[in-house]
Design a protein around this ligand. Structure first.
Ligand code: C2E
Ligand code: MG
Ligand code: MG
Length: 287
């Protein structure tokens, strides 16, 4: 039952903590000229977290009928002088410094709070998805998700976690325990950027997953002909065989959208359908 799952997950978390303890990154400014810059960025990120400079944009996902099914929360940094920055500018530094853990907690809480607001607008059928990086999955994510679900009263299926294959492969045993516990709490799990890692099918089969997100590089590859199409076709077919849903990421053209729809892909996300936007814009868009 649920208690059993929680115990297994907490053992997995403890083990992950023991293994992660000695992994902090050391900086040697004298040795690497870029390290001083990185250190300054990390200090700036600490301040940004304290001062609430991070915010979330949301990108809608749509089903085959073009009805919205949910949205993905994407973090941005409202930098005091450089404007609104995307994760490409700071996520690596957040991961190396461990800041991604407290940042991830904020993201999770904020996204759950927004789901409440969606529900209040009669949009409670939409899922809200949050990205979690490997470091977060090693930490006490299960207790945190349990607390957030409780705090905001989220029903089963409302919250989705997007994990990359690297999360699963870094420590398969503890990742499996954590995923089982998360599912037990009513969160669903999608594998992000699917196809770019090296997870084996045999392994995927035994994980509590709901969805594979077809990486945008494969969607882009559809334009270049038969080989690119074969990969997408194979991934969609495999997902179907395993009873998993598929979400295509980075759908930018009508041709890509049509091709994927015709091959049984179930969900679509990309600039063609909706760009990431503020929560207020999302509400206006859905009204
Ligand atoms: P991701 O989870 O794979 O998110 C999809 C990325 O593709 C987002 O970039 C989104 O803005 C972008 N995108 C969406 N549609 C299209 C399209 O049609 N064409 C193209 N070219 N791009 C599209 P973004 O917002 O820059 O995020 C990049 C990555 O940063 C995310 O990739 C995710 O791995 C990470 N990330 C974002 N937010 C968080 C967060 O809160 N926590 C963690 N740990 N990682 C995050
Ligand atoms: Mg994602
Ligand atoms: Mg992705």
């Amino acid at each position: 039952g649920g208690a059993e799952l929680l115990r297994a997950a907490s053992r997995a978390v403890d083990q992950a903590k023991r293994e992660g303890r000695n992994r902090s990154v050391a900086y040697h400014p004298g040795l690497d000229p870029r390290a001083a810059e990185r250190l300054a960025l990390v200090q700036e990120l600490h301040r940004a977290l304290e001062e609430g400079q991070f915010e979330l944009e949301y990108q809608l996902k749509f089903n085959i009928e073009r009805a919205p099914t949910g949205m993905e929360a994407l973090v941005r940094w409202r930098h005091p002088t450089r404007g609104l920055l995307g994760p490409g500018e700071f996520m690596e530094a957040c991961e190396e410094s461990g800041l991604v853990v407290p940042l991830g907690s904020r993201v999770l809480d904020e996204a759950a709070r927004r789901w409440r607001e969606l529900d209040a607008h009669g949009l409670g059928h939409l899922r809200i998805a949050v990205n979690a990086s490997a470091l977060q999955v090693r930490e006490a994510l299960v207790e945190e998700v349990a607390a957030v679900i409780d705090r905001h009263g989220l029903p089963p299926g409302a919250l989705e976690l997007e994990l990359t294959e690297s999360v699963l492969l870094a420590n398969p045993e503890s990742a499996t325990g954590i995923m089982k516990a998360l599912c037990g709490l009513g969160a669903s799990i999608a594998i992000d950027d699917f196809g770019t890692g090296y997870s084996s099918l045999a392994y995927l089969q035994h994980l509590p997953l709901q969805r594979l997100k077809l990486d945008q590089s494969f969607v882009r590859g559809l334009d270049s002909g038969a080989d690119g199409q074969a990969i997408c076709h194979a991934i969609i077919g495999m997902a179907q065989a395993l009873g998993l849903g598929t979400t295509a990421e980075g759908v930018e053209t009508r041709d890509q959208h049509e091709w994927l729809r015709a091959r049984g892909c179930q969900e679509f996300q990309g600039y063609l359908l909706a760009r990431p936007m503020s929560f207020e814009e999302i509400l206006a868009h859905l009204a």
